[in-house]
Design a protein around this ligand. Structure first.
Ligand code: SAH
Length: 256
């Protein structure tokens, strides 16, 4: 693990914040934990959050917050993508002061690299941006991001997750240049928030995880949009179960 990442993980986790882009991805999890609605994260924005205490079976507990970028009042859909996610995550960090930030949600996967609908990836190696093409010295690498990912290795087994390179961009449908990028960088999970939140977590010196369940396959003939809608509920259920495993693992991590 990189220095900043391992330092962030060396502290015990007493407060964990989850950020979801879509209500359908995260409300089941918040309900299952019995979290209480805390309302808006800012009076001018639709971003909102819930919080509560998750008790461990062997005693002790962890404070949990779940945040959403919220519903766009004009278009009446969830505000997906990097900008609303970063803003909501920043407000949630300020308000809740977590030790660990988790961006959970769905992603497009790649059959060619072993992805199936329902595969759960834990963002590994580095977080990339596939749609920030800035061909100027220095800015080019800033554009791609390459934000270091890191976590205690037992988490993969605990969560029954696959390690995967996660790449972020603000479009759902990929263009030819982005498809070439996914091959060149061996991307496993294509989504719309993780790298932006990873950068923010790094700025705050926070331990960070991206947990992403595959709803659609980029290199499969079925149009991504149709697969996404069909699989969203099922994959969000599987995701919920893995996030509970993550919570149950925290006491053993914090003992080290
Ligand atoms: N069509 C959907 C909305 C899609 S937005 C609907 O009608 O509800 C996609 C959201 O899911 C984003 O938050 C993104 O992070 C994630 N996602 C899932 N599959 C994706 C893919 N193939 N490409 C990009 N983002 C994806």
């Amino acid at each position: 693990m990189a220095r900043i990442t391992s330092e962030a993980w060396s502290r015990p986790v007493r407060r964990v914040a989850f950020l979801f882009a879509m209500s359908a991805e995260g409300m089941g999890f918040a309900d299952r934990l019995g979290l209480v609605d805390r309302g808006d994260l800012d009076p001018s924005l639709p971003a909102h959050w819930l919080s509560g205490t998750y008790p461990f079976t062997d005693g002790g507990s962890v404070e949990v917050a779940v945040g959403f970028a919220g519903r766009d009042p004009e278009h009446r859909i969830d505000r997906v993508g990097t900008v609303p996610a970063t803003l909501a995550a920043h407000l949630l960090i300020r308000r809740f002061e977590p030790d660990l930030l988790v961006n959970a949600g769905t992603c497009g996967g790649f059959q060619a690299r072993g992805g199936r609908v329902g595969t759960i990836y834990l963002g590994s190696n580095a977080f990339l941006f596939h749609d920030r093409r800035i061909p100027l010295p220095g800015f080019d690498e800033f554009g791609v991001g390459r934000i270091q990912a890191g976590y205690p290795k037992d988490l993969l087994d605990v969560m029954n997750a696959e390690p995967g390179v996660v790449s972020t961009g603000d479009s759902f449908t990929p263009c030819a240049e982005e498809l070439a990028f996914f091959e060149a960088e061996s991307v496993h999970a294509k989504e719309m928030e993780a790298a932006a939140i990873a950068r923010l977590a790094e700025d705050h010196g926070l331990a960070f995880l991206a947990v992403k369940g595959v709803t659609d396959l980029i290199d499969h003939p079925e149009p991504e949009q149709e697969a996404f809608i069909r699989n969203l509920e099922r994959v969000s259920g599987a995701l919920e179960e893995r996030l509970i495993r993550l919570l149950n693992w925290l006491p053993s991590h914090s003992r080290h």
